[in-house]
Design a protein around this ligand. Structure first.
Ligand SMILES: Nc1ncnc2c1ncn2[C@@H]1O[C@H](COP(=O)(O)OP(=O)(O)OP(=O)(O)O)[C@@H](O)[C@H]1O
Ligand SMILES: [Mg+2]
Length: 239
């Protein structure tokens, strides 16, 4: 995260000429056994450099949308492209998982190792870094998030806010090209929230952040979308 241009150095407002990074076309999805279409002919185009916020009522399908982008929910209809490639098989989704970092809404879905450092180093190890490199990367991220002292802690005994930060560290340690953050501020105190704002504002990557906190979204994104009736509304809150 060092030596990268800040958002203020980027054109934060618009990216109409930039390539599409995630493109969903006419996506419909219902959970198995349910007739309720959570996503209903949904279209979404995220371009390189977009830093998009999403705010919408509980149950409107935000988490389902992120899971669909990651291949965790299989749409009944429609097509998905990520980084220019069509996502048609589970293999396609597996291939892009190191490039697209998803912060799950529930930290317990993200963290599965006994100790914090193992959880954060898991991703880098998995993509081929040596043990030493993975530890170095992980300690660096933990330090940036201000939680280096937790490196040896037992993950499941952490507080909710601490788990949130460790989960975020485990996503950032992969250096993803795209970040999908599902309510990253849950359980974070004011100081830590400010730190997260600072970190996001210094990450020169494309992201989509879901939150119920409008001020937080305003501080870290350049446009804010909403969802209604299974579709994304892109002109709801233009900043
Ligand atoms: N595993 C599941 N099985 C069946 N229905 C589900 C499942 N997960 C979510 N749903 C339903 O899908 C709809 C959308 O849920 P989703 O979690 O995507 O909403 P959300 O916008 O993320 O809500 P929140 O703001 O509360 O996180 C809800 O009606 C929910 O009950
Ligand atoms: Mg949700």
């Amino acid at each position: 995260m060092n030596n990268i241009p800040t958002n203020t150095q980027m054109d934060r407002k618009n990216s109409p000429g930039c390539p599409s990074i995630i493109k969903l076309t006419n996506i419909s999805f219902s959970y198995p056994g349910s007739e309720n279409r959570v996503l209903d002919c949904l279209n979404l185009n995220i371009r390189a450099g977009d830093q998009i916020g999403m705010i919408a009522p509980n149950g409107s399908g935000k988490t389902t949308l992120l899971h669909t982008i990651m291949g965790l929910c299989k749409p009944d209809k429609g097509s998905i492209e990520v980084l220019g490639s069509p996502m048609e098989t589970q293999k396609d989704f597996t291939r892009i998982r190191s490039e697209v970092g998803l912060l799950f809404q529930d930290s317990d879905d993200q963290l599965f190792c006994p100790r914090v450092l193992d959880d954060v180093a898991f991703g880098p190890l998995n993509i081929g870094f040596s043990q030493q490199q993975a530890i170095e990367i992980s300690l660096n991220i933990l330090e940036k998030l201000g939680i280096k002292e937790l490196e040896k802690s037992v993950t499941h005994r952490l507080s909710g806010g601490q788990k949130r930060l460790v989960a975020l560290a485990s996503v950032l340690s992969m250096s993803p090209k795209i970040l999908l953050l599902d309510e990253p501020t849950t359980g974070l105190d004011k100081t830590v929230k400010q730190k997260l704002i600072h970190i996001l504002n210094h990450l020169n990557i494309t992201y989509l952040v879901i939150s119920h906190e409008f001020d937080f979204l305003k501080a870290v994104t350049n446009k804010i979308y909403s969802m209604d009736k299974g579709r994304v509304l892109t002109d709801e809150y233009n900043l």
